[in-house]
Design a binder for this molecule. Structure first.
Ligand code: SAM
Length: 300
């Protein structure tokens, strides 16, 4: 376990992952009844952007910083365009984090972003295998009775945590992919068991894109799995033809809210414009599987 998220916090992949997470939590908040969030790979919860780790890679500068300070990047795409409300709202939650009063100093990880978007009655189960990361997480949430930290393997924990007593909610699966094929196998096995225990849960899985061919079998498997609806959202800042670097990333959402594609379309378009590097960034948003009920739902 060499992976430390502190080197990557706030990069272009986090921006996609966390804006989708935010949209999903907003969708869950529409109903008054409480929901549960289960984060299988939680990380340490909050990252200092002036740390040695963040400074070494500077990845957040090509990610969250570009969204917050587009004028610094002289991007033809970036200037002047108003951000879609979902993205604006999400960015406000980052800037209003205690510690960011005088600029972007901290980047909240998925647990902290979720906790800030949850209501008093909602709950979160956070799993993190690395002892030091788990200790930081525990420290961060020691005062928050809605949040439970587990220093254990997130895939295994799903067996005990599903279905949650709230009967509705979201599982976020965001592993490090240190060995890609092995990680896909772990996700696949865990998802099959999880969907049997809790067929109606929403499952959001982040994946890296290096070579397109590495991702296809995984997505095809989900398409033929038992989830009723499968939505894929991707953002690529480089062509997806090199195994040597992170060219882009995706979020695939099982049992996604029926209108999530409409909710994410403009935010994805805006993110692609703001995150473009040597060429225009590409984005992709489509249903890999859609049930008839979804088409029958009333449009807003
Ligand atoms: N979800 C976090 C966020 O968005 O802020 C980032 C998570 S980071 C990509 C992956 C984390 O998973 C690392 O902190 C790593 O220590 C942890 N990890 C690796 N294998 C794990 C496992 N089997 N169960 C739980 N955590 C694991």
């Amino acid at each position: 376990m060499n992976y430390r998220h502190a080197y990557h916090a706030g990069n272009f992949a986090d921006v996609l992952k966390h804006s989708v997470l935010f949209a999903l939590i907003q969708a869950l908040r529409v109903k008054d009844t409480p929901f549960a969030l289960i984060d299988t790979h939680a990380g340490s919860g909050c990252y200092a952007l002036d740390s040695e780790e963040a400074g070494k890679t500077g990845e957040y500068r090509e990610g969250i910083a570009r969204l917050l300070f587009p004028d610094l990047h002289h991007s033809a795409h970036a200037s002047g365009a108003a951000l879609p409300p979902l993205l604006r709202h999400w960015l406000d939650t980052i800037l209003s984090l205690p510690g960011n009063e005088h600029g972007l100093k901290l980047y909240p990880g998925s647990p902290l972003q979720a906790a800030r978007a949850m209501r008093d009655t909602d709950s979160a189960q956070l799993c993190e295998l690395h002892p030091e990361e788990a200790a930081s997480l525990r420290e961060l949430f020691h005062h928050d009775r809605r949040v439970h930290v587990h220093n254990r393997n997130g895939y295994e924990a799903l067996k005990a945590l599903l279905p949650p007593k709230e009967k509705r909610g979201l599982v976020l699966i965001d592993p490090p992919y240190e060995a890609q094929e092995a990680e896909y196998r772990l996700i696949d096995t865990a998802l099959k068991a999880a969907l049997e225990r809790w067929p109606t849960g929403i499952y959001a899985i982040w994946y890296p894109i290096k070579l397109r061919s590495q991702v296809q079998p995984f997505l095809r498997g989900l398409q033929h799995g038992s989830a009723r609806r499968v939505l894929r959202a991707e953002l690529l800042v480089h062509p997806d033809d090199s195994p040597l670097r992170l060219n882009g990333s995706g979020m695939v959402i099982l049992n996604a809210p029926w209108n999530l594609d409409q909710v994410l379309r403009e935010p994805l378009r805006a993110m692609a414009q703001l995150l473009s590097q040597e060429r225009a960034a590409e984005w992709r948003l489509d249903w890999l599987k859609q049930d008839n009920d979804a088409q029958a739902e009333p449009k807003p």
